[in-house]
Design a protein around this ligand. Structure first.
Ligand code: NAD
Length: 292
């Protein structure tokens, strides 16, 4: 019997790659419901699965900020069950905190945190009833450690960590496994899609010292993405490890190079070592002036 998988945020990036990978399984082991907020963007996914049969993939509209669209998507799952739920939709928000509008802050929390909770809430009762299921979530190093100029994004991803860890404890009593696939930088549209503060807001609301530190951060960020970003294929491999494991872990890390920094939080629990190390990493490079 096919495993029924529903994935959010499949118009690009990790969601698209995972949908294509599962739908291309040679023994047709998966039926993938690739969902996306805006069906006008389905072309890229369709081009990637050209030649595949209807029996391994269906595309559904689903906006994780819209409860009705989640319910409609659920109703359109013809098998009447989801074996593997993948909460992947997410957006970034970058810039000095005081330059963000409250609307932008709400919008990020609505997608990353509330969107994940709404999605899990909607599919959880059936999984519990069946005493069977997997919930996989695209996590982020930004959910494990703070990053300057990413306060709201990190807040949303830390919150998702808390929700998943809490659920994992309960759901083992229902034979439901929760796994976070923790990603470092990945080559996707993420950087392009993330919200940034408007330069005019920045000039008005942000002091010169913060602005120059933000410049340094952007430079750091650009070089990290250039030198250390993974491809979606690397992420999918880790996803498959979690999907195929008999008893999956709560956390999988796609990029081991990022772990030492994160583990400083455990070795020095007062936070001082992590803050010092991250600050040095980001802000000690010579500032070569405006860029990006
Ligand atoms: P991406 O921008 O290509 O993909 C994000 C997807 O989420 C897009 O398809 C977008 O349309 C969708 N989305 C946004 N709002 C939505 C909504 N309201 N309803 C449904 N879908 C919505 O970037 P990606 O890198 O593939 O991001 C996927 C996940 O990976 C995100 O949760 C992101 O936070 C996480 N992540 C990405 C990176 C990275 O460096 N790219 C690093 C760590 C974690």
């Amino acid at each position: 019997e096919q495993k029924v998988v529903l994935i959010t945020g499949c118009s690009s990036g990790i969601g698209l790659s995972l949908a294509v990978h599962l739908a291309s399984n040679p023994s047709k082991a998966y039926k993938v419901y690739a969902t996306m907020r805006n069906l006008d963007k389905k072309q890229r996914l369709l081009e990637s699965v050209r030649g595949l049969h209807k029996d391994t993939m269906a595309i559904l509209q689903m906006d994780v900020t819209d409860q009705q669209s989640i319910l409609d998507a659920k109703r359109n799952v013809t098998e009447g069950r989801i074996d593997i739920l993948v909460c992947n939709a997410g957006v970034g928000l970058m810039g000095p905190l005081e330059a963000h509008s409250l609307d932008d802050i709400h919008a990020i929390l609505d997608v990353n945190l509330l969107g994940t909770l709404r999605t899990i809430q909607t599919f959880l009762p059936d999984m519990k009833k069946k005493r069977h299921g997997r919930i996989l979530v695209t996590g982020s190093m930004g959910g494990l450690q703070g990053l300057p100029f990413n306060e709201v994004y990190c807040a949303s991803k830390f919150a998702v960590e808390g929700a998943c860890e809490s659920l994992a404890i309960l759901l083992q009593h229902f034979n439901i496994h929760v796994s976070l696939i923790e990603c470092g930088p990945v080559n996707t549209d993420f950087l392009m899609n993330l919200k940034r503060t408007e330069p005019s807001d920045e000039a008005q609301k942000v002091d010169a010292h913060t602005r120059s530190l933000y410049d340094q951060y952007l430079q750091h960020c650009q070089s990290v993405f250039q030198n250390a970003a993974q491809d979606t294929e690397d992420i999918i491999q880790v996803y498959m490890e979690a999907i195929e494991a008999q008893t999956p872990f709560l956390r999988y890390y796609t990029n081991r190079a990022l772990l030492p920094m994160s583990s400083l939080k455990l070795t020095s629990m007062d936070g001082s070592q992590y803050i010092r190390a991250m600050s040095k990493l980001i802000f000690s490079a010579p500032n070569t002036g405006p860029h990006m």
